[in-house]
Ligand binder design. Structure first.
Ligand code: FAD
Length: 184
């Protein structure tokens, strides 16, 4: 006879998360890891944009889907959500790569490596940071030239695009997008 007991049901009630809502490492709803349109105001809160913004800014509770909020866009003066932060960060990273030297000095290479390796430690969207850290291990950054670094960032961004079900970007077009602009 086996001494193994059947597993007992876990008595701790688990909150069911609304779609798109992400919990942080502390187990609480993570504002900077969640898109604004997926952030729900507390059940007692207002449904106005101001009410949603106040709930988002304070990081307070969440509730079930609100069709009005599904289409909500982040007001300009609201703290960034995961999407605004991502767009701003990618703009910075791709533009920085686009203007990186063709023949970087040892000092420039070391600083670029420091910048890249700081992201998994400091990027405030914790699950984004952890995934990016894993990708860094799989694909060590190539900081040997402007062209190679731009390609490297493009490929890492495409990995995130793929994970989120977005379109792949044609990496042959990074200079057009981030440095030269479209041809006349
Ligand atoms: P973005 O993906 O932000 O792209 C901005 C612009 O860059 C696009 O309009 C396009 O013109 C251009 N572009 C797109 N792809 C490429 C490419 N491959 N190379 C060059 N240019 C390109 N969000 C999550 O929900 N989960 C995550 O795990 C996550 N991880 C992230 C990790 C990092 C390091 C960063 C910086 C962001 C991460 N994000 C994550 C945010 C996410 O990538 C997007 O920034 C966010 O969803 C907003 O997307 P968007 O469609 O507005 O355009």
């Amino acid at each position: 006879q086996s001494s193994e007991r059947p597993a007992l049901p876990d008595p701790t009630p688990k909150p069911s998360l609304p779609p798109g809502m992400v919990l942080g490492p502390d187990g609480k709803p993570c504002k900077i890891c969640t898109a604004f349109r997926n952030w729900r105001p507390p059940a007692s809160g207002k449904k106005s944009t101001a009410g949603m913004m106040a709930a988002f800014a304070s990081g307070t509770g969440f509730r079930s889907l609100d069709s009005k909020q599904e289409n909500a866009t982040l007001p300009q003066h609201c703290p960034p959500d995961v999407e605004a932060l991502g767009r701003a960060t990618w703009s910075f990273l791709h533009a920085t790569a686009a203007y990186y030297p063709t023949r970087p000095t040892t000092h420039q290479r070391a600083n670029m490596l420091n910048l890249i390796h700081a992201l998994p430690v400091l990027y405030p969207c914790t699950h984004c940071a952890a995934d990016f850290g894993d990708k860094l291990k799989e694909h060590p950054p190539d900081v040997s030239s402007r062209e190679r670094l731009s390609k490297w960032f493009c490929e890492r961004h495409n990995e995130v695009n793929e994970k989120l079900g977005k379109e792949m970007f044609d990496c042959a077009k990074v200079d057009e997008r981030w440095k030269d602009g479209p041809p006349d």
